[in-house]
Design a protein around this ligand. Structure first.
Ligand SMILES: [Zn+2]
Length: 250
């Protein structure tokens, strides 16, 4: 079971709109644009960002019943409940009745999505598939696919398919499901040469530039292979963030 911060914890003041149980056939990715957070934002800063989006959505000219997204995800990979699974979102006009709207708390025009946020969205989708809120043959799209908008920004839009729960990972060793019992870190394997080449191509790096980052992630993960589940989750996030920052710094 993944951790999703409930509405009352971040301080929702408005409603959820109408009930609309799944399965939904679309996951629509958004960016907040503003406020744009980094992996270093505190939980309280993230909560305030979510509250500010709620205020924006209920005010004129939107006048919605509450925050429009079904979920919001911070760069650090924390997930906030918007309307939640079983309510219709207000985020992508014509496809609201058949979609789950997920908002990244970044400016996706100028900022790459963090590895932690990608992993969080994958875990969220996996949960939706297990609980039947997302259809097995779902597709991922961006806000701009459904309305004349730039959302979720060019940098996020170019990487949309990485958010699929079954995506070929940038780092295959980090693609293991975050939920036990599938979480078996003893089975971590070095990425195959073909994977490394794919990573290099997508990230516009040479394979030689990729290997040090993979080694860092692998060591971090192997170091916690026998640790308690919570520690493992935390380490996976740390490894993902470290690797993400390392890649972005190239
Ligand atoms: Zn949007």
């Amino acid at each position: 079971v993944i951790q999703i911060e409930p509405r009352k914890v971040w301080g929702a003041k408005h409603g959820r709109g109408s009930l609309d149980p799944g399965p939904e056939s679309l996951v629509v990715i958004h960016h907040a644009h503003k406020p744009a957070l980094t992996v270093h934002a505190t939980v309280e800063q993230e909560r305030e960002a979510v509250r500010s989006i709620e205020r924006y959505h209920v005010g004129p000219p939107n006048n919605w019943e509450g925050i429009g997204y079904n979920f919001l995800v911070s760069p650090a990979g924390r997930i906030y409940e918007g309307r939640g699974w079983r309510y219709q979102g207000a985020h992508a006009g014509p496809v609201n009745p058949r979609s789950e709207g997920v908002c990244l708390l970044i400016d996706g025009q100028t900022t790459e999505p963090s590895m932690a946020s990608i992993l969080a969205v994958r875990a969220l989708i996996r949960e939706g598939l297990i609980t039947g809120e997302i259809a097995r043959d779902y597709t991922i799209s961006g806000h701009r696919d459904h309305m004349p908008r730039t959302c979720p920004g060019d940098r996020v839009y170019a990487r949309l398919q990485e958010f699929r729960h079954d995506a070929i990972a940038i780092v295959p060793s980090l693609a293991i499901p975050l939920t036990p019992p599938q979480l078996d870190l003893r089975r971590i394997e070095r990425p195959a040469p073909a994977h490394v080449e794919e990573i290099a191509r997508v990230r516009r790096l040479t394979p030689d530039e990729i290997h040090p980052g993979l080694a860092v992630a692998e060591v971090l993960l192997r170091g916690v292979a026998e640790a308690a589940e919570e520690e493992v989750r935390a380490a996976v996030k740390r490894a993902a963030d470290a690797l993400s920052e390392w890649i972005l710094a190239r």
